[in-house]
Design a protein around this ligand. Structure first.
Ligand SMILES: C[S@@+](CC[C@H](N)C(=O)[O-])C[C@H]1O[C@@H](n2cnc3c(N)ncnc32)[C@H](O)[C@@H]1O
Length: 261
Protein backbone atom coordinates (compact mmCIF):
# COMPACT_ATOMS: atom_id res chain seq x y z
CA UNK A 1 0.00 0.00 0.00
CA UNK A 2 1.65 3.19 -1.07
CA UNK A 3 -0.19 5.12 1.56
CA UNK A 4 -3.34 4.84 3.53
CA UNK A 5 -4.23 8.34 2.45
CA UNK A 6 -4.03 7.49 -1.22
CA UNK A 7 -6.15 4.44 -0.64
CA UNK A 8 -8.83 6.38 1.23
CA UNK A 9 -8.81 9.10 -1.41
CA UNK A 10 -9.26 6.53 -4.19
CA UNK A 11 -12.09 4.85 -2.34
CA UNK A 12 -13.82 8.17 -1.77
CA UNK A 13 -13.58 8.87 -5.49
CA UNK A 14 -14.94 5.45 -6.36
CA UNK A 15 -17.86 5.80 -3.98
CA UNK A 16 -18.75 9.18 -5.36
CA UNK A 17 -18.87 7.69 -8.87
CA UNK A 18 -20.35 4.26 -8.23
CA UNK A 19 -23.17 3.71 -5.79
CA UNK A 20 -23.60 0.28 -4.23
CA UNK A 21 -24.93 -2.34 -6.58
CA UNK A 22 -23.99 -0.42 -9.72
CA UNK A 23 -22.42 -3.41 -11.42
CA UNK A 24 -20.87 -3.10 -14.86
CA UNK A 25 -21.71 -5.46 -17.67
CA UNK A 26 -18.65 -7.49 -18.51
CA UNK A 27 -17.91 -7.41 -22.21
CA UNK A 28 -15.44 -9.18 -24.46
CA UNK A 29 -15.61 -12.56 -22.80
CA UNK A 30 -17.19 -15.78 -23.97
CA UNK A 31 -17.71 -16.69 -20.33
CA UNK A 32 -21.14 -16.43 -18.80
CA UNK A 33 -21.27 -13.32 -16.69
CA UNK A 34 -23.70 -11.68 -14.35
CA UNK A 35 -24.51 -8.25 -15.72
CA UNK A 36 -25.40 -6.84 -12.33
CA UNK A 37 -25.07 -8.44 -8.95
CA UNK A 38 -28.03 -7.96 -6.65
CA UNK A 39 -27.25 -5.44 -3.92
CA UNK A 40 -25.91 -7.09 -0.79
CA UNK A 41 -25.62 -3.96 1.34
CA UNK A 42 -27.96 -3.84 4.30
CA UNK A 43 -28.69 -1.50 7.20
CA UNK A 44 -26.56 -3.75 9.35
CA UNK A 45 -23.56 -3.00 7.14
CA UNK A 46 -24.21 0.72 7.32
CA UNK A 47 -24.05 0.52 11.12
CA UNK A 48 -21.08 -1.81 11.02
CA UNK A 49 -19.10 0.49 8.73
CA UNK A 50 -19.80 3.52 10.96
CA UNK A 51 -17.98 1.83 13.83
CA UNK A 52 -15.58 -0.60 12.17
CA UNK A 53 -12.73 1.13 10.34
CA UNK A 54 -11.90 -0.32 6.97
CA UNK A 55 -11.43 0.00 3.25
CA UNK A 56 -14.29 -1.85 1.67
CA UNK A 57 -15.71 -1.10 -1.75
CA UNK A 58 -19.47 -1.46 -1.54
CA UNK A 59 -19.62 -3.54 -4.70
CA UNK A 60 -17.46 -6.13 -2.95
CA UNK A 61 -20.31 -6.68 -0.53
CA UNK A 62 -22.58 -7.58 -3.45
CA UNK A 63 -19.88 -9.99 -4.60
CA UNK A 64 -19.56 -11.57 -1.13
CA UNK A 65 -23.34 -11.96 -1.03
CA UNK A 66 -23.32 -13.72 -4.42
CA UNK A 67 -20.38 -15.95 -3.48
CA UNK A 68 -21.86 -17.04 -0.18
CA UNK A 69 -25.13 -17.99 -1.85
CA UNK A 70 -23.29 -19.99 -4.54
CA UNK A 71 -20.40 -21.72 -2.78
CA UNK A 72 -19.41 -25.01 -4.43
CA UNK A 73 -19.22 -26.93 -1.14
CA UNK A 74 -18.19 -26.78 2.52
CA UNK A 75 -14.47 -25.97 2.02
CA UNK A 76 -13.07 -22.96 3.92
CA UNK A 77 -13.11 -19.39 2.65
CA UNK A 78 -9.93 -17.28 2.85
CA UNK A 79 -9.29 -13.58 3.20
CA UNK A 80 -5.86 -12.09 2.58
CA UNK A 81 -5.57 -8.66 4.25
CA UNK A 82 -7.96 -8.13 7.16
CA UNK A 83 -6.87 -4.69 8.46
CA UNK A 84 -9.50 -3.78 11.10
CA UNK A 85 -11.86 -6.58 10.17
CA UNK A 86 -14.52 -4.75 8.17
CA UNK A 87 -14.63 -7.26 5.29
CA UNK A 88 -14.13 -10.11 7.76
CA UNK A 89 -17.17 -8.99 9.73
CA UNK A 90 -19.26 -8.46 6.60
CA UNK A 91 -18.46 -11.99 5.38
CA UNK A 92 -19.27 -13.40 8.81
CA UNK A 93 -22.58 -11.53 8.83
CA UNK A 94 -23.46 -12.97 5.42
CA UNK A 95 -22.49 -16.46 6.55
CA UNK A 96 -25.00 -16.14 9.36
CA UNK A 97 -27.65 -14.59 7.09
CA UNK A 98 -27.47 -17.56 4.69
CA UNK A 99 -26.72 -20.21 7.35
CA UNK A 100 -23.39 -21.03 5.71
CA UNK A 101 -20.96 -23.00 7.86
CA UNK A 102 -17.76 -22.80 5.79
CA UNK A 103 -14.87 -21.82 8.00
CA UNK A 104 -13.46 -18.33 7.37
CA UNK A 105 -9.66 -18.19 7.65
CA UNK A 106 -7.87 -14.86 7.31
CA UNK A 107 -4.31 -13.56 7.41
CA UNK A 108 -2.58 -10.23 7.90
CA UNK A 109 0.60 -9.08 9.59
CA UNK A 110 -0.61 -5.51 9.95
CA UNK A 111 2.28 -3.98 8.06
CA UNK A 112 1.45 -1.69 5.15
CA UNK A 113 3.55 -1.99 2.05
CA UNK A 114 5.67 0.82 0.61
CA UNK A 115 6.56 2.79 3.76
CA UNK A 116 9.84 4.66 3.38
CA UNK A 117 12.30 4.33 6.26
CA UNK A 118 13.15 7.98 6.73
CA UNK A 119 10.78 10.32 4.97
CA UNK A 120 7.73 11.95 6.56
CA UNK A 121 4.41 10.45 5.56
CA UNK A 122 3.19 12.25 2.46
CA UNK A 123 5.84 14.91 3.10
CA UNK A 124 4.56 15.63 6.61
CA UNK A 125 7.16 17.05 9.01
CA UNK A 126 5.05 15.79 11.94
CA UNK A 127 4.48 12.13 11.13
CA UNK A 128 7.34 9.77 10.36
CA UNK A 129 6.87 6.43 8.66
CA UNK A 130 8.03 4.74 11.86
CA UNK A 131 5.20 6.44 13.78
CA UNK A 132 2.80 5.55 11.00
CA UNK A 133 3.94 1.91 11.12
CA UNK A 134 3.35 1.80 14.87
CA UNK A 135 -0.12 3.17 14.35
CA UNK A 136 -0.91 0.60 11.66
CA UNK A 137 0.35 -2.10 13.96
CA UNK A 138 -2.34 -0.91 16.36
CA UNK A 139 -4.95 -2.07 13.86
CA UNK A 140 -4.14 -5.58 15.09
CA UNK A 141 -5.68 -4.63 18.45
CA UNK A 142 -8.65 -3.01 16.74
CA UNK A 143 -9.09 -6.10 14.55
CA UNK A 144 -9.30 -8.38 17.57
CA UNK A 145 -11.78 -6.09 19.30
CA UNK A 146 -13.88 -5.75 16.15
CA UNK A 147 -14.19 -9.47 15.47
CA UNK A 148 -14.89 -10.12 19.15
CA UNK A 149 -17.74 -7.63 18.94
CA UNK A 150 -19.23 -8.16 15.49
CA UNK A 151 -18.32 -11.78 14.77
CA UNK A 152 -18.39 -13.19 18.28
CA UNK A 153 -21.02 -15.77 17.34
CA UNK A 154 -18.80 -17.24 14.58
CA UNK A 155 -15.22 -16.10 15.09
CA UNK A 156 -12.96 -16.34 12.04
CA UNK A 157 -9.57 -18.02 12.34
CA UNK A 158 -6.93 -15.36 11.80
CA UNK A 159 -3.23 -15.99 11.35
CA UNK A 160 -0.77 -13.19 11.96
CA UNK A 161 1.20 -13.91 8.81
CA UNK A 162 1.86 -12.45 5.40
CA UNK A 163 0.17 -14.44 2.68
CA UNK A 164 3.35 -16.19 1.45
CA UNK A 165 3.92 -17.65 4.92
CA UNK A 166 0.24 -18.40 5.27
CA UNK A 167 0.18 -20.42 2.04
CA UNK A 168 3.41 -22.18 2.98
CA UNK A 169 1.70 -23.27 6.21
CA UNK A 170 -1.45 -24.20 4.28
CA UNK A 171 0.57 -26.31 1.82
CA UNK A 172 2.28 -28.14 4.67
CA UNK A 173 -1.11 -28.70 6.34
CA UNK A 174 0.27 -27.20 9.53
CA UNK A 175 -1.63 -27.05 12.77
CA UNK A 176 -1.01 -23.60 14.17
CA UNK A 177 -2.40 -21.06 16.65
CA UNK A 178 -4.60 -18.16 15.62
CA UNK A 179 -4.65 -14.62 17.05
CA UNK A 180 -7.20 -15.73 19.65
CA UNK A 181 -4.99 -18.59 20.83
CA UNK A 182 -7.08 -21.30 19.19
CA UNK A 183 -5.57 -24.27 17.43
CA UNK A 184 -6.36 -24.40 13.73
CA UNK A 185 -5.59 -27.03 11.12
CA UNK A 186 -4.65 -25.57 7.77
CA UNK A 187 -4.67 -27.14 4.32
CA UNK A 188 -7.00 -28.73 1.81
CA UNK A 189 -9.38 -27.30 -0.76
CA UNK A 190 -10.86 -23.82 -0.49
CA UNK A 191 -14.12 -22.45 -1.84
CA UNK A 192 -13.43 -18.69 -2.01
CA UNK A 193 -10.59 -16.23 -1.55
CA UNK A 194 -10.81 -12.47 -1.14
CA UNK A 195 -7.42 -11.09 -2.22
CA UNK A 196 -6.90 -7.75 -0.46
CA UNK A 197 -3.32 -7.80 0.86
CA UNK A 198 -0.30 -6.30 -0.87
CA UNK A 199 -1.58 -4.91 -4.17
CA UNK A 200 1.67 -4.96 -6.17
CA UNK A 201 1.95 -7.34 -9.12
CA UNK A 202 4.39 -9.88 -7.67
CA UNK A 203 2.39 -10.30 -4.48
CA UNK A 204 -1.02 -10.55 -6.15
CA UNK A 205 0.35 -12.94 -8.75
CA UNK A 206 1.72 -15.20 -6.02
CA UNK A 207 -1.51 -14.94 -4.04
CA UNK A 208 -3.45 -15.94 -7.14
CA UNK A 209 -1.14 -18.91 -7.90
CA UNK A 210 -1.45 -20.15 -4.35
CA UNK A 211 -5.22 -19.80 -4.31
CA UNK A 212 -5.48 -21.44 -7.72
CA UNK A 213 -3.64 -24.45 -6.37
CA UNK A 214 -6.30 -25.08 -3.72
CA UNK A 215 -9.49 -23.59 -5.18
CA UNK A 216 -12.19 -26.13 -6.01
CA UNK A 217 -13.89 -26.07 -9.42
CA UNK A 218 -16.81 -23.68 -9.01
CA UNK A 219 -14.91 -21.75 -6.34
CA UNK A 220 -14.51 -17.96 -6.41
CA UNK A 221 -11.77 -15.32 -6.25
CA UNK A 222 -12.47 -11.61 -5.70
CA UNK A 223 -9.61 -9.20 -6.41
CA UNK A 224 -9.92 -5.92 -4.54
CA UNK A 225 -9.08 -2.69 -6.41
CA UNK A 226 -9.21 -4.44 -9.78
CA UNK A 227 -11.85 -2.27 -11.45
CA UNK A 228 -11.23 -1.39 -15.10
CA UNK A 229 -9.03 1.69 -15.22
CA UNK A 230 -7.66 1.17 -11.71
CA UNK A 231 -3.99 2.07 -11.41
CA UNK A 232 -3.29 -0.84 -9.07
CA UNK A 233 -1.03 -3.58 -10.45
CA UNK A 234 -3.62 -6.16 -9.45
CA UNK A 235 -5.22 -5.31 -12.83
CA UNK A 236 -2.32 -6.99 -14.64
CA UNK A 237 -3.01 -10.20 -12.76
CA UNK A 238 -6.72 -9.90 -13.52
CA UNK A 239 -5.93 -9.50 -17.24
CA UNK A 240 -3.87 -12.70 -17.09
CA UNK A 241 -6.62 -14.62 -15.30
CA UNK A 242 -9.14 -13.40 -17.88
CA UNK A 243 -7.01 -14.44 -20.83
CA UNK A 244 -5.96 -17.74 -19.22
CA UNK A 245 -9.34 -19.32 -20.01
CA UNK A 246 -9.61 -21.35 -16.80
CA UNK A 247 -11.87 -18.90 -14.99
CA UNK A 248 -15.21 -17.31 -15.82
CA UNK A 249 -15.74 -13.66 -15.07
CA UNK A 250 -18.79 -13.57 -12.84
CA UNK A 251 -18.93 -9.78 -12.57
CA UNK A 252 -16.95 -6.59 -12.49
CA UNK A 253 -18.81 -4.88 -9.70
CA UNK A 254 -16.60 -2.93 -10.27
CA UNK A 255 -13.88 -5.26 -8.88
CA UNK A 256 -13.43 -8.58 -10.64
CA UNK A 257 -15.09 -11.69 -9.31
CA UNK A 258 -14.00 -14.94 -10.97
CA UNK A 259 -15.33 -18.48 -10.77
CA UNK A 260 -13.06 -21.44 -11.52
CA UNK A 261 -14.35 -23.65 -14.34
C1 LIG B 1 -6.59 -2.75 2.13
S1 LIG B 1 -6.19 -3.38 3.66
C2 LIG B 1 -7.43 -4.58 3.91
C3 LIG B 1 -8.78 -3.96 4.11
C4 LIG B 1 -9.80 -4.89 4.71
N1 LIG B 1 -10.04 -6.06 3.89
C5 LIG B 1 -11.08 -4.11 5.00
O1 LIG B 1 -12.18 -4.61 4.71
O2 LIG B 1 -11.00 -3.02 5.53
C6 LIG B 1 -4.80 -4.31 3.27
C7 LIG B 1 -4.26 -5.14 4.42
O3 LIG B 1 -3.37 -6.08 3.85
C8 LIG B 1 -2.32 -6.30 4.73
N2 LIG B 1 -1.22 -6.85 3.95
C9 LIG B 1 -0.27 -6.19 3.23
N3 LIG B 1 0.56 -7.07 2.67
C10 LIG B 1 0.13 -8.31 3.01
C11 LIG B 1 0.56 -9.62 2.72
N4 LIG B 1 1.64 -9.85 1.97
N5 LIG B 1 -0.13 -10.65 3.24
C12 LIG B 1 -1.22 -10.45 4.02
N6 LIG B 1 -1.69 -9.22 4.32
C13 LIG B 1 -1.02 -8.17 3.82
C14 LIG B 1 -2.07 -4.94 5.38
O4 LIG B 1 -1.44 -5.10 6.64
C15 LIG B 1 -3.47 -4.36 5.45
O5 LIG B 1 -4.03 -4.56 6.73
Amino acid sequence: MRSLFRRIRNLARQWSRAPAGAAQTVGGSSSPTVAALPGGWTDYMTWLSFANAGMLERGNVDAFDFVIRNLPGPAPMLEIGSFCGLSTNVITHLKEKYAVKNRLVTCDRWVFEGALPAAGVGGSPFLTHAQYRDFVRGSYIRYIRNIQTFARYDLPYTLEMVSDDFFAAWTQRQTTTDVLGRSVELGGPISFCYIDGNHSYDFVERDFSHVDQFLEPGGFILFDDSRDGSAWEVCQVVAEVKSGGRYDVVAANPNYLFRKK
